[in-house]
Write a protein that binds this ligand. Structure first.
Ligand code: N01
Length: 536
């Protein structure tokens, strides 16, 4: 029986975060019928869900914003150096209102499956609401850190108190006053929420498996002068970010950390520490992420800072990271994190000494003790970069499943397309700079590239585009080669897929740099979409 479609579209967009919203705006402007779908009840993607106390971006707000509309960037006013989640969500809502995007977004809807029909050269997309959509293209704007992960702890389901995941915090917030609170995890989310929760709770216990390197954010209100300085040359600022390594403006190091004296290095690291930006420290020398000895010098600097700040020497030592080079697990920017451990009602439990055995109805039990709690916060991360892609049942040519094809690790061409899956695009997908960059810069680049590509097909009277297996293999080999030149593979990080049991351990993003990557993408287009097969 022929399939009954509830809608026909040029493009289905999965996700209504910043990428999904810009896709609607861009594609609609080019005359395409497009609809985005999101499980959330409103726009914002990652900033819709991550409402935990203290949630804040750690890329400067003036640069963590869209550049595609000069009027938008001039008229929007950021209040602080690093924006809070509520302010970024207001910005997301402003985008939705300003460009009237909501009529083309279906909320509270999950995309369940996407099946490629080779004969018709179209996708059949089904949703949790029973829609069956016939679409020429599908763009996955699903986010890179949007499949939250609970820890595998026995008894987790038995806890009778309140429990929350940082990535799915309730809209109405949580009242910690007078409560005994546990936070499990010490990644970016935990490091941001711990100082905030400590302000009101009765007792806070932090369960740490791996200490992380964290730097003070030095957040502050934005001054008029600095805003005007950026706004008077926004085009120049954006250009510099696009051509940079991490998608942000900042110093470009040209010297090895080992070429200078210890005093000089310490002075430079102190400058970065005071400046409160990850790129100021990690970009202080050009070999900090490639040379272990160079990296050790900055690791020593941070460990000294921790010992200086945290009064109890046992706690200080437990907070000092030793098992990975700085930067190879996502480093954090914090507001008072280490100082929080000087508060009398805050305690660190070092899981490297005594691991968690189980969670009971009322407590967390380690090999050494049992502690009762009213609230448990799981700040335990995500199935990063691939989780939210493979969670959609996707079948390409000859019915091949994407999940099955990626069982040994993701393989893409440029993080934009996958061989065997025509007309299916990923925004900031694996093997693109993505999570190693200012996401707004990478999102805009990918959306522009994808929209131009779709438009190229139409103008040339073509129906499909697909990565060739050879180009994909070469790109994956290149991304692995570049990663192998760095220290990243030395860490058990989510960049490596190491935080999800059974997930293949490969370095997920592309560490060649945002500017270089953009050049490569542009060259490929100029060479007639080299490495892609286009057909009518
Ligand atoms: O998650 P994470 P996150 N028992 O995976 C621990 C972005 N982000 O939500 O390292 C005990 O980093 C785990 O321990 P270990 C940013 O890119 C950005 O904090 O696996 N502990 C780790 O400490 C970030 O990197 C911003 O040993 C367990 C923690 O949980 C990414 O999102 C803010 C455990 C998870 O840390 C993810 O950050 C927030 C277990 N069974 C997030 N399982 C900003 O822009 C896991 N852990 C500032």
């Amino acid at each position: 029986m022929p399939q009954k479609f509830t809608a026909e579209l040029d493009v289905v967009v999965v996700g209504a975060g910043f990428a999904g919203m810009y896709l609607i705006h861009k594609l609609r402007g080019l005359g395409y019928s497009v609809r985005a779908f999101d499980t959330a009840s409103d726009v914002g993607g990652t900033w819709y869900w991550n409402r935990y106390p203290g949630a804040r971006c750690d890329v400067r707000s003036l640069e963590y914003s869209f550049s595609f509309d000069p009027e938008l960037e001039q008229s929007w006013e950021w209040s602080e150096k690093f924006s809070t989640q509520p302010e970024i969500l207001r910005y997301a809502n402003h985008i939705a209102d300003r460009y009237n995007l909501r009529p083309d977004i279906q909320f509270n809807t999950r995309i369940e499956s996407q099946i490629w029909d080779d004969e018709r050269a179209r996708w059949t997309v089904t949703t949790s609401n029973g829609d069956v959509i016939d679409a020429q293209h599908v763009v996955l704007a699903v986010g890179t850190l949007s499949a939250p992960k609970l820890p595998e702890i026995p008894g987790i389901e038995t806890f009778k108190g309140e429990w929350y995941q940082t990535q799915k915090f309730p809209k109405e917030g949580v009242n910690f006053f007078g409560k005994r609170v546990a936070v499990i995890g010490t990644g970016s989310s935990a490091i941001q929420c711990i100082p905030e929760i400590a302000k009101t709770c009765e007792q806070l216990t932090v369960f740490q498996r791996t200490p992380n390197f964290s730097f003070p954010a030095g957040n502050r209100p934005l001054g008029r002068q600095e805003v005007d300085a950026t706004k008077s040359d926004y085009a120049g600022v954006r250009q510099e970010a696009r051509e940079s390594f991490f998608g942000q403006t900042g110093p470009v190091a040209t010297q090895s950390a080992l070429e200078v004296s210890e005093e000089e290095r310490t002075r430079k690291y102190q400058e970065g520490w005071n400046d409160g930006q990850l790129i100021s420290i990690l970009g202080a020398y050009d070999d900090l992420i490639t040379n272990k000895e160079a990296n050790d010098s900055v690791a020593d600097f941070v460990r000294d800072k921790i010992r200086e700040i945290v009064k109890d020497p046992v706690t200080a030592e437990a907070l000092c990271p030793y098992n990975h080079p700085v930067g190879t697990k996502r480093p954090c920017l914090d507001t008072g994190y280490y100082n929080t451990f000087n508060m009398p009602h805050v305690r660190l439990v070092d899981l490297l000494k005594n691991e968690i055995v189980e969670i009971t109805e009322t407590s967390i039990r380690t090999t050494a003790e049992e502690i009762e709690f009213d609230i448990i916060i799981y700040a335990t991360g995500f199935d990063a970069m691939t989780g939210s892609i493979v969670n959609i049942d996707t079948h390409g040519r000859d019915g091949v499943s994407l999940k099955e094809q990626w069982k040994d690790g993701p393989a893409t061409y440029l993080g934009l397309m996958v061989a065997g899956f025509p007309n299916l695009f990923t925004v900031t997908g694996p093997q693109s700079p993505s999570v190693l960059s200012n996401m707004m810069v990478s999102i805009e680049q990918h959306v522009d590239w994808i929209a131009d590509c779709i438009d190229h097909l139409r103008k040339q009277g073509l129906r499909t585009i697909e990565a060739t297996p050879q180009a994909q293999n070469e790109w994956v080999a290149h991304t692995n080669e570049v990663a192998a030149e760095t220290l990243y593979p030395l860490a058990n990080s989510w960049y490596m897929g190491a935080n999800v049991p059974g997930k293949p351990q490969v370095f997920l993003p592309y560490i060649g740099g945002v500017g270089l990557y953009r050049e490569k993408c542009d060259e490929i287009v100029e060479a007639g979409y080299k490495g892609f097969a286009l057909s009518n």
